[in-house]
Design a protein around this ligand. Sequence first.
Ligand code: KIV
Ligand code: ZN
Length: 386
Amino acid sequence: MEKNRIHIFDTTLRDGEQVPGCKLNTKDKVKIAKKLEYLGVDVIEAGFPISSPGDYQSVQKICKSVSNTIICALSRAVEKDIEIAGLALKYAKFPRIHTGIGTSYYHIRYKFNSTPEKIIERAIYAVKHAKKYVEDVEFYAEDAGRTENEFLAKICENVIKYGATVINVPDTTGYCLPEEYGYKIRFLKENVKGIHKIILSTHCHNDLGLATANSLAGITNGAKQVECTINGIGERAGNTSLEEIVMIIKQKPHLNLFTKINTKLISSASHLVSKCTGMKVQFNKAIVGINAFSHSSGIHQDGIIKKRETYESINPKDIGIDQSSIILTARSGRAALDYRYKKLGFFLKKNFLDLVYSIFIKYADENKEITDMELKAILEKANLNS
Ligand code: KIV
Ligand code: ZN
């Protein structure tokens, strides 16, 4: 059973927080970390401690406040970074250092002005150094999406030899197609000595809108951990969104995979992250957008009122929303109007409903979304006209 479990690594507080305009204070970070713990994530990437004293303090505070989840801190393959990450994690019950280096041609040639051999040496050194602080060391091969698979396999084999427990394969620039990313994971599974001893992890960015599809391709080809953020926030177009990948796994039993996430807390986690970061969730965002469970056209509303499943494949209760919303607009029909009046306690006879509907539809043509107050006013007008 456990072999089918997908570990959820949440990086809202690290990669998510790297978004322009998003700044979280320590108090908010601890609040979000506790929510993530209740949500049931396996790993919380709490921050990048070398980056600022505030981030160091946040990681330390989260370690003291969260006890059921692995707490992870990011570091480059730089001695000082690793040392500071190790110190920040001192109070964590389950600490993990996440260290790594760029492995693609662009990174080796232009970022480091180095050679593939020297990059392997730095990767080994980073893992060996991190092992002095913690047992659990995750290695990231930055820009793995654009790294040649043979070289990626070589670097993975080396870091496993020196004790890496997890290997992260980031599609840093959101470059891969699902079949390319899935093939990369399968290639590593089939060609890296010792790969069965470690957890392979996906970390996908959304530059082409493929982050979730790529993560899915990763786990169906053997990756066992998904790195993601609440509401998909993250650098540029964002990261794989936690709610999407978790709900895909839940909705598709034939994948034969599961997570430990309590999906009923998804909606409230989304609200909390949006409130603390000040980043509004796009209206039509899958799973957590305000429109994800709202219906406004007459045909859909009629179907939903008869049987929810006609126009919904996901039960809103599964993510912690009581029920779908029936929004009244000029596209709505009598069934939706009757439904909303019943919710307000008014049970209208058919002929009277016809009269109310004729007033409603004229009014709705001039206005956007009809509120309960407006419905009551329409009813009063119909009463006067009847
Ligand atoms: O996208 C990326 O490559 C990263 C790494 C630092 C893990 O966020
Ligand atoms: Zn990233």
